[in-house]
Design a protein around this ligand. Structure first.
Ligand code: PEP
Length: 249
């Protein structure tokens, strides 16, 4: 059985007051169910770890640098993230691939840094609307995966998130058939590259406008093991029903 995971990406939203949502969410989770991780902005990481202490919620960062340390003003290293008590880091989110011009090789290097610091990397891949419209999705995803995922990935330190760029924050969602096709293809690639055991054990998340009212449908796909959720992860009232739908799937 693969582990299920619901990951929330708060992006550049929230202040210390927002951390009250962690206690509210934590109280609704119960003792078992899908793994849950919240990725707040970097200045909140340390406080988020403490705010989530008595809950099942793990904390993650939204990015790390590809070097261990040095003259990189404004950046944070994987080791610094681990030092806060956080356990995950998102790498290669499309917003960073876009605004920070991150390439697959950068994301590969960031993932290696995450692993070296004991973090689980949530590696994001996803196609532009034009690629989707031209039926290039599977090729684009295969290329991103080949470049972004380092050799030696293991199930305990790697999660792949498929996030069609055109679905992020737009309210648009691929059809269930489209989601199934991409996730099945990623699964086949992982098995081919990492072998049956590891390839089958790495969780695959879908991301892009996941909401309480569409989560159940999305989680019907066999190779969707959870979700990476932006807007609907900010409030426990929205995120909890998504986690509950994942638990039922
Ligand atoms: C995301 O930020 O990764 C995301 C999927 O955002 P949203 O759920 O708001 O579309």
């Amino acid at each position: 059985m693969r582990r299920k995971l619901a990951a929330g990406n708060w992006k550049m939203n929230g202040t210390a007051a927002s951390l009250a949502e962690l206690a509210v969410l934590g109280a609704q989770l119960g003792d078992d169910g899908p793994d849950v991780v919240i990725c707040p902005p970097a200045p909140l990481l340390f406080r988020a770890v403490h705010a989530a202490e008595d809950t099942r919620i793990a904390i993650g960062a939204q990015d790390c640098h590809m070097q261990p340390k040095g003259a990189f003003t404004g950046d944070i290293s994987a080791q610094m993230i681990a030092d806060t008590g956080a356990q995950y880091v998102i790498v290669g989110h499309s917003e960073r691939r876009d605004t920070h011009k991150e390439r697959n090789a950068d994301i590969n290097a960031k993932t290696l840094m995450a692993w070296a610091s004991g973090l689980t990397a949530i590696i994001c891949v996803g196609e532009e609307l034009s690629d989707h419209e031209q039926n290039n999705t599977l090729d684009i995803i295969a290329g991103q995966l080949a470049g972004s995922l380092p050799d030696g990935a293991q199930a305990h330190n790697t999660v792949i998130a498929y996030e069609p760029i055109w679905a992020i924050g737009t309210g648009k969602v691929p059809t269930l058939e489209e989601i199934i096709a991409v996730h099945d293809s990623i699964r086949a690639t992982l098995i081919n590259r990492l072998g049956d055991e590891t390839g089958n054990a790495i969780p695959l998340l879908y991301g892009g406008s996941v909401k309480p009212d569409n989560a159940e449908t999305i989680f019907k796909a066999e190779n969707v093991d959870g979700a990476l959720v932006g807007g609907a992860s900010l409030k426990a009232a929205d995120f909890a029903p998504i986690i509950a739908a994942l638990a039922r799937s």
